[in-house]
Design a protein around this ligand. Sequence first.
Ligand code: SF4
Length: 449
Amino acid sequence: MNNLAPKLTSEEYEKNFAEIHPPFTPNSAAAEANRCLYCFDSPCMKACPTHIDISTFIKKIASGNLKGSAKTILSANWIALTCAKACPVEVLCEGACVYNARGEDPIQIGRLQRYVMDWYVERGMPPIFTPAPKNGKSVGIVGAGPAGIACAAELSLMGYGVTVYEAKSEPGGLDTWGIAPYKMKREDSLNEAKMVERLGATIKTGMRVGDNISLDDLIRKHDAIFLGVGLRTPTRLRIPGEELAGVHDALTFIERVTTRKWSSVDVGKRVAVVGAGNTAIDAVTEAKRLGAEQVMIIYRRSSEEMSAYDFEFELAKIDGVTFHFLTTPKRILGTGHVGAIECVRMKLGAMDADGKRSAEPIPNSEFQIPIDMVITAVGQTPEKSFLAQIPNLKMDRGNVWVNPETYQTSSPKFFAGGDCINGGKEVVNAAADGKKAAHGIDNFIMSNE
Ligand code: SF4
C-alpha cells in the first residue's frame, strides 16, 4: 500500500479495541436484576427472536441461582454469550422493556445475560442438560455458524448423531470471524462450539463440501442435512478500478481484525468504506481503531435510508467518521494502487422494490476524493456454485427458499436457516432458525420411520 497509516503500539491497539460495554460486577448485576418488574406478559421476551424467558433468568440472578439462570437462557438460545454481547438489544429486548414507556432506562438485559454466561463459561461450562439416548439417526450440518451450532445443539439433545462440516479452520462462522473485537472476543464463540461438542455433536473443521467431502457422500451418510452456509460471496461494486491493490471487501478485512493480530493488518491513512449497513460501520470504525487518519462512509442514499442501527451510526460519529450521503462511487483511480475515488452526487427518487427511495445520479456532479484504501460493504450472497449442486433446491430472490414452519427446503432431505434464507439478519435470528429447523428435521425423520 502506498500511503500506510503508521503502526500503533500494542498498548494503543489494546486501548482502541477494548470492550465498549464492560461486564457487571456481582453487586451491580444484583442491583440491576432487582430493578426488573418481572412483568407477567413480558414484552422483552416477545421481542427476542429466540424468546428467552427474560424475567425468569433475571429473577434467578436476583436470587443468586446463576446456574439455573444459565439453564433458562440456554434452553432458548444456544449462542447466548455471543447474543449477549453482539445483539442489537436497543431494538430488541431492551427496546421493548416497559421502563422505556415510563421515560426511564430499560433493564440492561444484554449485560445481565452476559453476566450469567460469563459466569457459566468461567466455571468450565458444567453440564446442565442431559441428551436423550442415541436414536440411531444421523444429521449432517453444513456450516458451523450460529444457525448450524444452534441446530447441532438441539438435535444432539434429542439423541441424534450430528456431524457439522465447517470449511474454515475454526467453528463459529461470523461469531468467530466477523464481529468487531470491541463487541466480543472470538473465544466466546469458540466456547459455544465447545458446548455443542460436549452435547455429543462432532465438528469437523477444514471440511468444504465439494472439496474434501462430496455432496453425494453427505446425502448417503445422513438422514437429513441442514444448510447453515451463511453469505460468503461479497457483492462487487462493478466499477472500473475495483481490481486495484488497496480495494478490499469488508468481511475479509473484519476477519483479519477479529483474529487480533492488529499490527499485521495494514490500513491506509485515508480509508473510504462504500455502504452504510452495520458491516460498513464495523469496517470503518475498525479502520479508525487500527490507526487510519481519515475514515469515511460513502452511501448513495441519505441517512434516513441507511440500514445501520442508530446506535451504530452514533458510534461511528463518535469515532470521527465522515459521512458522504447521496454519493456513489463511479470509478476507483490509481496506478496499480488506489489513489483516489471518483464519486457522483445522487438525488432521491420514487420508492423502489425494496421499499427504499431510489437514488439517481445528478448529471455532471462528479468529484474526486484522494484515498489510500477502499473497503466495499454493499452486501453478500450465498455461495451459489455449491447450492446449485443440490437437486431441486429452489431459490427465492437470491436466498434459499424454506417452508417458514418447518425450515425444509424444496429438496426434501435438506433444511436451511440463518443468513442463507434471509439475506443477512442478526446472529440471534440465525440461532432461532437453527433451533426451529432442528424440530422440523426431527418431525421429518420420525415421520419417515
Ligand atoms: Fe423486566 Fe423490562 Fe422485561 Fe419487564 S419488560 S420483565 S421490567 S426486562
